[in-house]
Design a protein around this ligand. Structure first.
Ligand code: ARG
Ligand code: ASP
Length: 712
């Protein structure tokens, strides 16, 4: 009976939305056309990816190595998220000319702002190269196996004839069971064209992050420039707007629930094929440990940020960064529990074992390895998260790396200059007093959560948090690392050149520094008692995961497999859809401008709304951008299986027209990185109608709309 209920819970929704039973982020050269047609796509998969002829892929780029962006005009106009262009918008901002707060709109191409270092990558071609890369590896085991694979990759790359502005990247799929080669073209002159103010582009900020219903206009615009031959070039005044092989038409048609949609972009990392035991460890040990560390860091920062404006500004971006995954992991744990991920995986393993006896042995070994690894993995998580979030210790780690490089003769003037260049802005946004408190609390957590056999000598004394705050304040005050004590006659945080003026003295002082010594003790203990075992068990797990992956593919003939995300170009498809993630809670698939006004809190740093937008709303001055409800749609959700890196990805309709810009997922479904569930997993997109409404009516930048091909 119980089993029957379980089965129906899992299978019914799966059958109803068959295509999304397992989600899927597909390699664009291996799309399942039949399934896409069944779901409603009208164009052919050849229109999506074609290495011989212009296709949609020619309009999709990786933005600065992380996010995704797409071309929406014949003049190389590029659309991505506000949070993806945030660094560039911030870099052009000053107190007098604060583009983050006010927004920015170039009046013409001459007004577009260059961004040194910013790149976009086009994928020119994709080839499966498994045979070449695994050639001669049949009987090898580690470490020879890795060496041979690396050599084969090098030889493959060297044998390819490519243009000077192209590169080849070989990526492993299915845990090194397959390999794919990507021909990449990188453009380097990318200029900022427009961005709404944060009160639109980041509306709702951390409170609304990962949350549906959502009202963020999370977009910004750039333009790709090329040399006179339309080829990549470093920034130059002589460069001209890039003429793309293909650009996306922008649709402002109304959306309806169950419309077909697909998302094309560069998802970063997922782990969909782990054994049940691994998911259990993530749910019970790893995620809760990460959350516990960040809980403390965020709470301590927040107390100060709420009462002190200078601190709020200094820590805004760091806080958002730490809070982003903190919030995601909380949602992930809940979602893994709610979707019965561990039980579902265990049942699946049972069915695999029934079909293939060898899988039992693989899984038994994996179970044993994960259990053996648990204490080491847990300490690894606390160690890495504490160092990452206790800024004082992170600094100590940087100085440790520096000293090690100097002593090994690997540090030259350029290296020192690079370190200083990194430290200056760090100290600018660092409060040693505040971090002394964070670090003290995190040390207390570390002392309490570390198993006795891994605890550094003397760390018992940190166990009492309240005492530790006083105790660590003394250490911090007397440290040159925190900038509160001087070296070479200067504070590192005030005058870094002077503090670094005598390298020998700097190193001598660092080695005697109380923070440095504390960090070294922590690091040495970790590196001797935990890291070797953790790493060696991990490489055994990795080898078996490769076997288990191959066995899943060989055994489960009914399932269509897709490789885990690895920052390569993928297509995911589904339907525009709301959801019902909790008892009696039902989410509509679409939000509207009225919802922005409902959330409006005058003067609030997260929910303020610009006056002009309020005026447009009051006057109902929506132009051609309203939908059948009479209001402007702002965001919508669909069942596309996306992850980090898909931010800025185009959401397209059945005809390949742009209908939205992907930027987030709903909280109840963020476990999709491990266990996609069609009932709760939804990606969140900004509606193209809202984007065009803001450009046209709010920013008066009709000249940009005129460049586009609008589908009405
Ligand atoms: N959650 C989204 C993603 O993972 C958006 C993050 C940026 N926004 C923020 N409030 N931190 O990247
Ligand atoms: N917000 C994410 C990104 O920046 C997208 C996601 O995780 O769904 O890529």
């Amino acid at each position: 009976m119980t089993k029957k209920i379980l089965l129906s819970v899992f299978l019914l929704p799966a059958i109803m939305t068959f295509a999304q039973q397992y989600g899927g982020m597909w390699i664009p050269t291996e799309l399942n056309e039949k399934e896409m047609k069944d779901l409603g796509i009208k164009i052919s998969v050849k229109d999506i990816f074609n290495s011989q002829k212009a296709s949609i892929k020619d309009a999709v780029v990786q933005f600065n190595g992380g996010c995704t962006a797409e071309i929406i005009s014949p003049k190389g106009l590029l659309l991505t998220n506000h949070h993806c262009g945030y660094g560039q918008i911030q870099a052009h901002s000053t107190i007098q000319n604060d583009l983050l707060s006010n927004g920015f709109w170039a009046k013409n191409p001459q007004g577009e702002l260059p961004n040194p270092g910013l790149t976009v990558d086009f994928i020119i071609d994709i080839k499966e190269v498994t045979n070449q890369i695994l050639d001669g590896t049949e009987h090898l085991t580690e470490p020879e196996l890795s060496k041979k694979i690396a050599n084969n990759i090098e030889s493959y790359k060297n044998a390819q004839k490519i243009e000077p502005y192209q590169s080849i990247s070989v990526k492993s799929m299915y845990y090194e069971n397959k390999f794919y080669a990507y021909t990449i073209e990188t453009y380097k002159d990318i200029r900022l064209v427009g961005a709404p103010p944060q009160s639109i582009g980041k509306f709702g900020s951390d409170t609304d992050n990962w949350v549906w219903p959502r009202h963020t206009g999370d977009f910004s615009m750039f333009r790709i420039y090329a040399d006179k031959n339309n080829k990549p070039a470093e920034y130059s005044k002589e460069n001209v707007p890039y003429v793309p092989k293909y650009f996306l038409p922008v649709s402002i048609k109304d959306k309806n629930e169950n419309d077909f949609t697909f998302v094309f972009g560069f998802p970063g990392k997922t782990t969909e094929y782990l054994p049940a035991i691994a998911v259990e460890k993530i749910t019970k040990d790893i995620d809760p440990a990460r959350i516990a560390v960040r809980d403390i860091a965020l709470k301590t920062l927040d107390e100060k940020m709420r009462t002190d404006d200078a601190t709020r500004i200094k820590y805004a971006s760091k806080y958002a960064y730490v809070a982003n995954y903190w919030k995601k992991w909380i949602g992930e744990v809940e979602g893994l529990k709610k979707s019965n991920a561990v039980e579902k995986k265990a049942m699946y393993e049972g069915s695999l074992k029934a079909k293939n006896h060898e899988i039992k042995s693989t899984l038994d070994q994996l179970n044993k390895l994960y259990n053996d690894q648990t204490p080491f993995a847990l300490n690894n998580t606390y160690y890495t998260e504490v160092i990452k979030n206790a800024e004082t210790l992170k600094l100590a780690n940087d100085y440790y790396t520096y000293i090690t490089a100097v002593e090994a003769g690997r540090m030259d003037e350029k290296g020192t200059a690079a370190l200083k260049k990194k430290l200056v802005p760090f100290y600018k946004d660092y409060s040693a007093e505040l971090d002394a408190k964070v670090t003290a609390k995190l040390l207390a957590l570390y002392a309490n959560k570390t198993a006795p056999q891994f605890l550094p000598t003397g760390f018992e004394k940190y166990k009492n948090e309240a005492q530790n705050i006083q105790y660590f304040e003394e250490i911090s005050k007397n440290s040159i690392i925190t900038g509160r004590s001087e070296v070479n006659g200067a504070s590192i945080s005030q005058d870094i050149d002077k503090a670094f003026s005598n390298q020998d003295q700097l190193i001598k002082s660092l080695k005697k520094d109380p923070v440095y010594q504390l960090f070294i003790l922590m690091r040495d203990t970790y590196m001797t008692k935990v890291d070797p075992q953790f790493t060696s068990l991990q490489s055994k797990i990795d080898a078996l995961q490769k076997t288990y992956m191959a066995q899943q593919i060989a055994t489960d003939k009914d399932k269509k497999f897709f490789p885990d995300a690895n920052s390569t170009l993928r297509v995911t498809y589904g339907k525009v859809k709301g959801s019902s993630p909790r008892d009696a809670v039902s989410y509509n698939y679409q939000t509207h401008l009225a919802g922005v006004m409902e959330k409006y809190i005058p003067g609030d740093y997260e929910f303020d709304v610009p006056k002009k937008l309020i005026d447009l709303y009051n006057k109902k001055d929506f132009g051609i951008y309203k939908d059948k409800t009479g209001d402007v749609p702002v965001g919508f959700t669909a069942t596309n299986h996306t992850t980090g890196g898909n931010s800025g990805s185009p959401a397209l309709d059945a005809n390949g027209n742009l209908i939205g810009l992907n930027f987030d997922r709903q909280w109840e479904g963020t476990m999709s990185d491990i266990n996609y569930d069609p009932r709760f997993s939804r990606n969140i997109m900004v509606d193209t109608k809202y984007i065009l409404f803001i450009i046209d009516k709010y920013a008066d930048s009709k000249w940009l709309i005129d460049e586009m091909k609008i589908v009405k």
